[in-house]
Design a protein around this ligand. Structure first.
Ligand code: SF4
Ligand code: SF4
Length: 472
């Protein structure tokens, strides 16, 4: 029985409910009257149910699809303005005891180089990341209770926050590690993490069991219920995602939204972020083996429909995607992107020799952070290195209520401009700096409240003089 309030995976992600949702969406994909009413509801910016959003995703009418894209773009503008938050992944260890068939870190892969960073190496990676200009990281690690126990992860987090190199600082560490216990989530919370991210990979239980044939991750319920344990452990902000290409995308879309509805129903706060990774080539992995891979048009439609369905949830796209694809989806709903990423263990400090590949996937967008920042600004976006909410204790339902009332907007633009100014002063190339300063001079005038505008102008002068870390 489908029950969004249940704590049992198979009840809040209910297979029959998804099948009925897909049948309902198929039956109504040309029902213009219904589609109009769903779009009208979405215009209220309060989100949509998985059933309603699934109808929009299935819709094939060109005119209605254009309305869906236009609405996604408008919602993106209303909630996130032209700001894009920047982050980088940091791979700690690729030792893993699981057998995920789509990931080169799976246990049986004997030809990938296995690496685990020492604390000295973590420090080197963090310095390299700080020297690029990053302030926000997502740490990644395989699941291995012997090589990467929770104590190792906690030690790494501690090391990351402790590195102060020149004007650099990592101000927010998000964590992407395997499903774990309430007790371990509590430890992560105490270590000061930002978002806990765990991709479901697929919501389709039968496929899930086949794709995860061995290891602790084989346990579908334990994996699917992880976010409830994380929240029970005190983590306010959780990030969802599926790996598109493993199963039928419409099934995953409905499952993803049901998961969001479940978190809202049980914990009173939906996911902080949703990531939309697609399967990529990697050592031992050929995307051609996965017949449910989605093309760029479907990818864009998914981003637009997620944006409309959960307006308050940030959306992340990584360097798995090309510059062209990232450009296409930025205005449809993406609010966070990575830049200058390395997906190998230890890849920032020292590039890996080719025969020693430890990467989780091939990066499609290989540009440096400076190039990505420059590109964003040339398109009129404001790259933001802001981490203020988490540091001001604006997390979980507190964050969501500020989001829903629109008050968060009073913080985001000033913080984006000030953190961009820091970046320009400390790390940007001369050309990027020139573009950025012109952008900041223009955007500062768009701060609606005169008092805030005056404070920001004063802080910007302070940043020019070498002071750092101003925030609202
Ligand atoms: S997806 Fe995660 S759990 Fe699975 S093999 Fe890769 S690193 Fe291990
Ligand atoms: S103020 Fe908060 S919501 Fe806005 S960009 Fe900064 S951290 Fe994100």
């Amino acid at each position: 029985m489908y029950d969004p309030k249940s704590l049992k995976a198979e009840e809040f992600i209910n297979h029959e409910e998804i099948l009925e949702t897909l049948a309902y969406a198929d039956a109504n994909k040309d029902n213009i009257e219904l589609i109009d009413s769903i779009i009208k509801k979405a215009e209220e910016r309060k989100g949509l149910s998985h059933r309603e959003a699934s109808v929009l995703l299935a819709c094939t009418d060109e005119e209605k699809n254009n309305e869906i894209y236009a609405l996604a773009e408008q919602i993106k503008k209303d909630f996130y303005g032209n700001r894009i938050v920047m982050f980088a992944p940091l791979y700690l260890s690729n030792y893993c005891v699981n057998g995920c068939v789509y990931c080169p870190y799976h246990m049986k892969n004997k030809h990938i180089a296995r690496k685990k960073l020492t604390q000295e190496e973590v420090r080197n990676e963090v310095i390299a990341l700080q020297d690029m200009g990053h302030k926000r990281l997502a740490i990644e690690s395989g699941e291995d209770p012997v090589n990467n126990p929770i104590e190792y992860i906690l030690e790494c987090i501690n090391t990351i926050y402790s590195v102060k190199h020149k004007n650099g600082a990592i101000r927010r560490v998000n964590v992407n590690i395997a499903a774990t216990t309430v007790e371990n989530y509590r430890k992560l919370k105490d270590a000061g993490i930002g978002t806990y991210i765990l991709f479901q990979e697929t919501y389709h239980k039968e496929s899930y069991l086949q794709l995860h044939p061995t290891g602790p991750k084989h346990d579908y319920a334990y994996h699917t219920e992880a976010m409830d344990r994380a929240m029970e452990g005190g983590i306010d902000d959780v990030g969802l995602g599926v790996l598109f290409g493993l199963e039928k995308y419409r099934y995953e879309f409905a499952g993803l939204l049901m998961h969001a509805e479940h978190l809202e129903a049980v914990h009173g706060v939906g996911p902080h972020t949703i990531s939309v990774p697609r399967i990529r080539p990697a050592d031992d992995i050929d995307p051609e083996d996965f017949t449910d891979a989605i093309d760029d048009d479907i990818f864009a439609k998914l981003v637009a429909c997620i944006r409309i369905a959960v307006p308050y949830t940030g959306m992340i796209v990584s360097t798995r995607e090309s510059q062209k694809t990232r450009e296409r989806v930025l205005h449809l709903g993406i609010s966070q992107i990575s830049g200058g990423s390395k997906t190998s263990v230890g890849g920032y400090y020292e590039p890996e020799p080719e025969e020693e590949n430890s990467a989780q996937f091939d990066v499609e967008d290989n540009r440096t952070l400076d190039q990505v920042v420059n590109w964003l600004m040339t398109m009129g976006y404001i790259p933001s290195f802001c981490t203020a909410c988490y540091r001001e204790g604006r997390t979980g339902d507190r964050f969501m209520s500020l989001c829903k009332s629109g008050q968060i907007q009073n913080c985001c633009l000033p913080n984006a401009l000030m953190t961009l100014q820091e970046y320009l002063e400390d790390y940007a190339s001369p050309e990027t700096k020139k573009i950025g300063e012109a952008l900041i001079a223009k955007e500062v005038e768009n701060i609606p409240k005169e008092k805030v505008k005056a404070i920001v102008k004063d802080y910007l002068l302070n940043i020019n003089e070498g002071k750092r870390d101003f925030r609202f």
